[in-house]
Write a protein that binds this ligand. Structure first.
Ligand code: IPM
Ligand code: MG
Length: 374
């Protein structure tokens, strides 16, 4: 009997082929699970007015965790025109299903490890190994937005400065939300032998929201006297990351800054073919590659599946299957170091499925070419 029940959500575009690739490797490593398909993505927005139908939410609530491929999201104006004619004008509002899953299931940690695998020709510099902790439920992503300033706002002091036709997005940052993401970052640092945590903010301008984040970060840091604590403004760290990426080990930040910084860090270790994420709460988690659905590559069996395969590795770690997780990472490292199988982003012509098979075939076979491979 299968040990785990996994909600399997391939989603849109390249999501399906990348999830298939991850399955090949999960099977090779001997992971025992029942995979239950869930409907999610653009098709369900168009035909049902909901990209994350209730039946999928029910599935999430009855499984151990979820594995998610990618979804297409489009701005509101485009989303509305693509809705089935009989659903138009009925008040359906498109909201990104991944953002919804994070909020509805309180998956407050978005962990995005960015590690330069030796031999990856796309590495910006060798030895980069940065874990980005992105707060995943609040900040700029709470979905409280006004296409025009509500009249009642003008009763508040200071609001008169806002032009009447301005659009407004509200940013909310709580002490509890800040504390728990910073604590997760420190716990990760402590467990993984990292010596420094850097909290990223813009408290000189966003005084209220970043002020709360920074104050809580400083309090949490005092509970971990053996780990160095550092702070940086978000603009400055973009420069410093490019200048001296090896100065950073664990970065913790609010939602929007984490979204942006995690793409920057992923690019330094090979780009979107290598960026993977865990959306993690106290009871549930959703694992995914950081990339989108890349419609122009959909169905071509072309993109690099390593990000999705590493997301599967993170899922196994979260489930406590550490030996299988380590074996996937070792096999990925070996295939990269050997450099014989390369998808187009790595300068080669191998297919998504060929990369998956190369990694799957390496699983269980200890490194016979070990130059530079841990
Ligand atoms: C990510 C993505 C999502 C986000 C999009 C698809 C809503 O960019 O996971 O980083 O902004 O969080
Ligand atoms: Mg992003």
């Amino acid at each position: 009997m299968s040990r785990y029940r996994i909600a399997w959500l391939p989603g849109d575009g390249i999501g399906g082929e990348c999830c298939e690739a991850a399955r090949t490797v999960l099977d090779a490593v001997g992971f025992q699970a029942e995979y239950i398909h869930g409907d999610i993505g653009w098709e369900f927005w168009r035909t049902e007015g909901d990209p994350l139908p209730q039946r999928t939410l029910d599935l999430l609530r009855s499984t151990d965790c979820a594995f998610f491929g990618a979804i297409t999201s489009k701005p509101a104006s485009v989303a509305n025109t693509e809705l089935a004619p009989e659903l138009q004008g009925k008040g359906f509002v498109y909201r990104s299903p991944i953002v919804q899953m994070r909020q509805l299931l309180d998956l407050y940690v978005c962990l995005r490890p960015c590690k330069a695998f030796p031999g990856n020709p796309l590495n910006y510099q060798p030895d980069i190994d940065i874990a980005v902790f992105r707060e995943n439920t609040e900040g700029m992503y709470i979905g409280v937005e006004f296409p025009k300033v509500p009249e009642s706002f003008y009763a508040e002091p200071g609001m008169k400065r806002i032009p009447r036709d301005a659009a407004i997005s509200i940013r909310s940052v709580t002490r509890e939300g800040s504390r728990r993401i910073v604590q997760s970052a420190f716990e990760y640092a402590a467990k993984n032998g990292r010596s420094k945590v850097t909290a990223v903010h813009k408290a000189n301008v966003l005084r209220a929201t970043c002020g709360v984040f920074l104050e809580e970060a400083e309090k949490v840091a005092k509970e971990y006297p053996n780990i160095q604590f550092d702070t940086a403004n978000v603009d400055a760290i973009c420069m410093w990351l490019l200048k001296n990426p090896n100065n950073y080990e664990v970065i913790v930040t609010t939602n929007l800054f984490g979204d942006i910084l995690s793409d920057l860090c992923a690019q330094m270790v090979g780009g979107m073919g290598f960026g993977y994420s865990g959306n993690i709460g106290d009871k549930y988690a959703v694992f995914e590659p950081t990339h989108g659905s890349a419609p122009k590559y959909a169905g071509m069996n072309k993109v690099n599946p390593i990000a999705t395969i590493l997301a599967a590795k993170m899922m196994l770690e979260w489930l406590g299957e550490n030996a299988q997780a380590a074996e996937i990472e070792r096999a990925v490292a070996q295939v990269i170091a050997e450099g014989k199988t390369r998808t187009y982003d790595l300068g080669g012509a191998h297919k998504t499925s060929q990369m998956a098979e190369a990694i799957a075939c390496t699983v269980g076979k200890s490194a016979y070419v070990t130059s530079g491979v841990p």
